[in-house]
Design a binder for this molecule. Sequence first.
Ligand code: 1PR
Length: 548
Amino acid sequence: MPTVHLLDYVAGNVRSLVNAIEKVGYTVDWVKSPADVPAAEKLIIPGVGHFGHCLSQLAKAGYIEPIRAHIEAGKPFMGICVGLQALFEGSEEDPDVSGLALIPERLQKFDDKDKSVPHIGWNSANTSRRGHVAQESLYGLRPSSKYYYVHSYAAPYREGELEKAGWAVATATYGDEEFVGAVARGNVFATQFHPEKSGAAGLRVIKAFLDGTQSQKLPQIPPVSATKEGLTRRVIACLDVRTNDQGDLVVTKGDQYDVREKDGTGGAVRNLGKPVDMAKKYYEQGADEITFLNITSFRNCPVADTPMLEVLRRSSETVFVPLTIGGGIRDTVDTDGTKISALDVAIMYFKSGADKVSIGSDAVTAAEEYHANDKRLSGATAIETISGAYGNQAVVVSVDPRRVYVSAPDATQHHTIKTAFPGPKGEEYCWYQCTIKGGREGRDVDVWQLVIAVEAMGAGEILLNCIDKDGTNSGFDLELINDVKKAIKIPVIASSGAGNPGHFGEVFERTRTDAALGAGMFHRAEYEVKQVKEYLQERGLLVRQFED
Ligand code: 1PR
């Protein structure tokens, strides 16, 4: 098999990229030191996290000159995400750090006045623009396809400028900002999105780069309107995973977090299928992301043998959309007494194929300390250490709130909402109490206190469950979602209560949620992810089409 060289200079999920490269028929050789670069024919630099961190790591290790020499020699070079940003002169993210400066422009942060930042999800990389409809694809990019982006900084697109310097440019639009999604010139190609996480559309791009197919006739002329479309509505499938009483790892699903059968079978853990098989099934149905939540912590097992690591390793071989893993991401003590930091636990998951980790109980404890310390950051929390190393986009906080009804706002010190669904005694207000340990223990923290604290610590996204709604098939808690959206700028994933495609339509139309997640309705095969997408599309909501 032909070989491509991959530079792994920072901690990151390179497993998925390796899997994607192998899937399109190439093998990977690692560049382990600057001395390996001259031997590389085709070189890929993936990048996650901060611009400054990546570029200073590259500089410190002595990679900058060998990379420049590779590019100047005319050999194929591809940069992914921060690997694209590295081609620019610099970034607002770390103003003192220099990029490779092939492009004499600087990256800027997205404006978060009327949209969530980071920009997370599926967006275009389109070479068609005002008055110009592309007839040829650039490295397999198609105007009708969507690609997975996750970043807060981007290169604003200024019509004609990069083109003047000989660059071909594909763009995406987020809110009213048009930015560079991919660039190519001669032997250099770079994408702001992650092709290895962009399903079949992304695999096609990787293959085109590796095959050296810079342009190709597009299968059909895309409609011009495709050029205006931006971020899609994300539909996520969630797998709650645990060992059942026989010791098998199963996908389960609770009703208000109770996962045991109530049908006279002695309260066995509900077994809805095998995690790896189900993840693949949902990927093939068009799920935009897959989330695995390890809802028990496999307490008697050494951390390095955690069965979820194997689930991720195997899933990342067949699932080319983002994978999130939650459960047990915290400082921990191994079975032999060794202390393992939350960051080390997260690293094990990233190396096994996870793109994001989701933190539940530990985030609540960290938020309690944050507020007790006058909103001072400790620097030592799981959220801060993991986002510091991998970037905010790699850290999701999973919130497990429960309604607490009160007769009036002044009946509690917590942030309340007026609800259209009064409590058992007719109470017209409620606050949302955060819980830990899978809802078993309520804490004196409300959902506003939690999300504001974790956003300050560097969380990149909120997975917003609701214990009252979980497993009820009665629709999402729209009041909760609207309330949380008011408190923060980072994206929110609505979760708990989805029972049919209409509930997804409702949550996207009546809240500003960035994504919506379903579990039970998919596991019980009542609906496929594809049906949800079709329904949303019929309602005029933009979704990613699954491509074979
Ligand atoms: O606290 O960091 O170890 O993380 C534990 C993680 O496990 C948390 O993310 C927590 O939400 C989750 N968890 C713990 N116990 C349960 C349980 O169900 N007994 N699952 C649990 C939470 C909720 C959602 C569910 C949606 C959609 N599951 O993930 O998938 O509510 O369900 P639906 O569409 O069927 O209504 P830590």
